[in-house]
Design a protein around this ligand. Structure first.
Ligand code: M6R
Length: 365
C-alpha cells in the first residue's frame, strides 16, 4: 500500500508531479483559457466583488497566504487570509460584495465548515478548494474546485498543499482574465510554467540525496528558523510547520525583514536558519538579512534558483531549485522543505506518518 516507500509521507511527496498534473489537466485550454466548470461566477458578478476572504487551517491556511499574494497581484482585488478558528468568532465584515474561498484537504475540518457557514449567512458567495469529493465543505459551498491529489494518508500534508496551490493559481488566473487585469500573453506564460512543473519536481526528487545528507548532519538541532520574503515567506511558514509536526524540532518562520525587530536576538553560534530566496526583486533584501544571520554565527542553508550563484561562499550551504517562474515558485520550493522535515524526523526515529498528538482530520474544534 505504501508502494515500496517506507512511509506514506514519502510516497505522497513523490506523488506530487502526478497530483499536480492531474489538478491542472483539462483546466487549461488554448494556452491560457481557464476551464473551471465549477467556478460559475460571471464577469458581471465579479465586477460587484470588492473583497476576498481566504479561510482555512494549518497547511491549507499557508496555501491561502500564497493565494493572497497571487490574487492581489493578478486580479487586483484585496484579499484577507484568515485562520478559520479566528474568522468564525470575530464577526468579520462580510456582505454580498465579499467572495470567500475556503481551503480544506479533507473538507471536514470543523472550524473551516463553521467559517464557510458564517460567510454564507452574510450573503457571501463561497468557493471551496477541497480534495474530497462529496465532503461537507464541497456540499455547502457555491462553487467547488477539486484538487486531484488522491487520498492523503500521512498526517503531514504534502501533495494536498501543492495541488491547493495549483487550484489557487487557476482561480487567480480565471478571476484576473475575467476582470481584464492581466493580458492573455501573461496568463499563457504562467500556464506554461505550471505545465513545466511536474517534470522539474520529478528531476528534483530524483536528486534528493543532497537533502537526505543534509538532514543526517543536522537532525540534532534544537531550533530552526525559516526566513523568506513575499511568496517565500509563505513557503517558510509551511516548511516550518512540516518540521515541527513530524520531527518535534522547534521551528519558526519569519518574514526576513522582521528579523531585526526581535528574532535576531535568538540567533547564536550555529543556529540553523533556512533562507528561501526565489524572488528576484527581493533577492538583495534577502541577502542582507542572510548576512545579519551569518554575522552572528548562524548557519544558513539557502534555497535559490539554479543559475543564481550569489550565495556561494556566503552561506553554509546552497541548494539549487530547478528554474521556475517566480510567480509559481512556492510549488517548487516547498518540496525540499517537505523532504528535509521528513528525513530529519526519520533520523530522529519519529513516527512520521502518525505524529504524536495530531489527527489527520480535525473534526472537533
Ligand atoms: O483537511 P484540512 O485541509 O482542512 O486540514 C487542515 C489542517 O488540519 C492540516 O492542514 C494540518 O495543518 C496538517 N497536519 C498539516 O500538515
Amino acid at each position: 500500500e505504501k508502494g515500496g516507500y517506507e512511509h506514506f509521507m514519502l510516497k505522497e511527496i513523490h506523488e506530487q508531479p502526478k497530483a499536480i498534473k492531474d489538478t491542472f489537466r483539462g483546466r487549461i485550454v488554448d494556452g491560457c483559457d481557464i476551464v473551471l466548470d465549477d467556478l460559475k461566477i460571471t464577469k458581471e458578478q465579479l465586477a460587484n466583488i470588492d473583497k476576498i476572504f481566504i479561510v482555512a487551517c494549518g497547511t491549507a491556511y499557508h496555501a491561502g497566504i500564497v493565494g493572497k499574494y497571487t490574487i492581489e497581484k493578478f486580479a487586483r482585488i484585496p484579499v484577507e487570509v484568515d485562520i478559520a478558528s479566528e474568522f468564525r468568532y470575530r464577526n468579520p465584515i462580510i456582505n454580498e460584495r465579499t467572495l470567500t474561498i475556503v481551503i480544506s484537504q479533507s473538507g471536514e475540518t470543523a472550524d473551516t465548515i463553521a467559517a464557510l457557514k458564517e460567510a454564507k449567512s452574510h450573503a457571501s458567495r463561497v468557493i471551496a478548494i477541497t480534495n474530497v469529493v462529496g465532503s461537507t465543505v464541497s456540499r455547502e459551498a457555491d462553487d467547488v474546485i477539486y484538487t486531484w491529489a488522491g487520498p492523503e494518508i500521512a498526517v503531514a500534508s504534502t501533495k494536498a498543499y501543492t495541488t491547493q496551490l495549483v487550484a489557487i493559481y487557476l482561480i487567480a488566473l480565471d478571476l484576473a482574465l475575467k476582470k481584464g487585469t492581466i493580458t492573455r500573453e501573461y496568463a499563457a506564460e504562467i500556464c506554461e510554467g505550471l505545465k513545466a512543473l511536474p517534470e522539474k519536481i520529478q528531476n528534483f526528487l530524483d536528486n534528493k540525496d543532497e537533502i537526505q545528507k543534509f538532514a543526517s548532519e543536522h537532525y540534532n538541532t534544537r531550533d530552526v528558523f525559516y526566513l523568506g520574503r513575499g511568496l517565500d515567506y509563505a513557503v517558510a511558514m509551511e516548511g516550518s510547520l512540516k518540521l515541527k509536526e513530524i520531527s518535534y524540532i522547534h521551528s519558526e518562520a519569519y518574514a526576513a525583514g522582521e528579523l531585526k525587530h526581535g528574532t535576531l536576538a535568538l540567533i547564536e553560534d550555529g543556529t540553523l536558519t533556512i533562507a528561501i530566496a526565489t524572488q528576484e526583486n527581493l533577492f538583495e533584501k534577502m541577502l542582507s538579512n542572510i548576512r545579519e544571520v551569518t554575522t552572528r554565527g548562524g548557519y544558513v542553508l539557502a534555497f535559490v534558483m539554479e543559475g543564481n550563484t550569489q550565495l556561494e561562499g556566503v552561506v553554509g550551504k546552497v541548494i539549487y531549485l530547478p528554474e521556475t517562474l517566480e510567480e509559481i515558485a512556492p510549488i517548487m520550493a516547498v518540496v525540499p522543505l517537505q523532504l528535509l522535515a521528513y528525513y530529519m524526523a526519520v533520523d530522529k526515529g519519529c513516527d512520521v506518518d502518525k505524529p504524536r498528538n495530531l489527527a489527520k482530520s480535525v473534526t472537533v474544534e
